[in-house]
Ligand binder design. Sequence first.
Ligand SMILES: Cc1cc2nc3c(=O)[nH]c(=O)nc-3n(C[C@H](O)[C@H](O)[C@H](O)COP(=O)(O)OP(=O)(O)OC[C@H]3O[C@@H](n4cnc5c(N)ncnc54)[C@H](O)[C@@H]3O)c2cc1C
Length: 410
Amino acid sequence: MKHVIVTGGGAAGMMAAYAAAKCGHRVLLLEQNEKLGKKLFITGKGRCNVTNACDREGLFENMVTNPKFLYSAFYDFDNKQLMELLRQAGCPLKTERGERVFPVSDHSSDILAALSRLLCQSGVEVRLHTKVEEVLVRDGCVTGVLLSDGKRIEAEAVVLATGGMSYPSTGSTGEGHRMAAGLGHSIKECTPALTPMEIAEPWCATLQGLSLKNVALTMSCKGKRIWNGFGEMLFTHFGISGPLVLSASSFYHKCKDPDDVTIRVDLKPALSEEQLDRRILRDFEDNQNKQFKNILGSLYPSKLIPVMIALSGIDAKKKIHEITREERSRLAGVTKGLTMHVRGLRGFAEAIITQGGIRVKEVNPSTMESKLIQGLYLAGELLDLDALTGGFNLQIAWSTGHLAGSSIPL
Ligand SMILES: Cc1cc2nc3c(=O)[nH]c(=O)nc-3n(C[C@H](O)[C@H](O)[C@H](O)COP(=O)(O)OP(=O)(O)OC[C@H]3O[C@@H](n4cnc5c(N)ncnc54)[C@H](O)[C@@H]3O)c2cc1C
């Protein structure tokens, strides 16, 4: 049995503490906040999309950064094992669209309650309001931690699970990166991901609150396609958000010239350009004597109509029979390619996840132990790992936390 300190009471830290205690270690879980899982509590808009019920291949396909590093972690403890553990701990789960898994109650607090029961049953000691300042090391081996009040606690192994930098109000402020860097680890620059985008075009703000479903979105840099997807997006007072936009933001780092990034939305992805032109022509033929602005209700949501009129360059009051073939084709063009210029991503305060972090080449993927410091284990979002939305980011935290906790030798 070893004395183990887990630093950070988020998803990864709680799982690491539970796994280490189940293996027979004496575990102390230190959390700076007044409660455990402050971020977990707000996940999934308070419902907690705790994992994704896809097969193992699906887990890897939804990883954005360093999927191969997660091979052992996903084999040690995957989504199915997590679901089983939570059910056994008294939290029934349900699977929704896209295989997203939630507690049946729709309350993240039930996931937290189940985890608290697991920690309690396995004998983990939890200390809140306790901030770790430094991991103490002698001759390349962990000896304990130094707290912010100057106290030292000895330990033979320390799991660092202090999270990334997104939503710093929940306690994840990049402290783990600072501590790991102090011990010689290198940190890949951290940037916000799964975050909304700011758009240059002023018309975007006029659409605030408009949600578009079943559209295709393409993000390009200097005309080269970087990412595309199909689904739902939302206009906001500063630009765009919603599932498609958040996913695109995870690939923003691939844009070599951030000043030339465009988003192109196909409002009618089910129709080819010719099919759309025929459809518009049909609408026009049925409404020959009406004004242009009055016949667009069947093509677009009402909030979007003034923008589409402006972008098509057709006089809103023009009679339909006066509209030229070229004007009609311009309308079809903006419908298939509503184009916006990206000014940048929103910051960490709104980002679901951090891209970057402790470089995984300095961590043993079979144990999560640091390759530089014996007895130091790293888990969760502070590592250079991230995934798309759908429960995959929490699964990274559960799997790496479990592997770290269960790899500490007795
Ligand atoms: C709004 C929002 C919604 C999300 N929704 C989902 C979702 O539905 N599904 C999904 O899969 N993912 C979701 N995520 C992502 C998910 O929350 C993270 O991937 C996950 O919480 C990372 O877990 P972690 O344990 O590594 O870090 P965290 O959850 O950030 O936990 C780190 C903990 O360490 C503590 N800590 C930090 N420094 C110290 C220190 N020096 N001493 C002591 N304690 C310290 C912090 O206070 C914090 O409690 C969401 C994220 C956000 C911001």
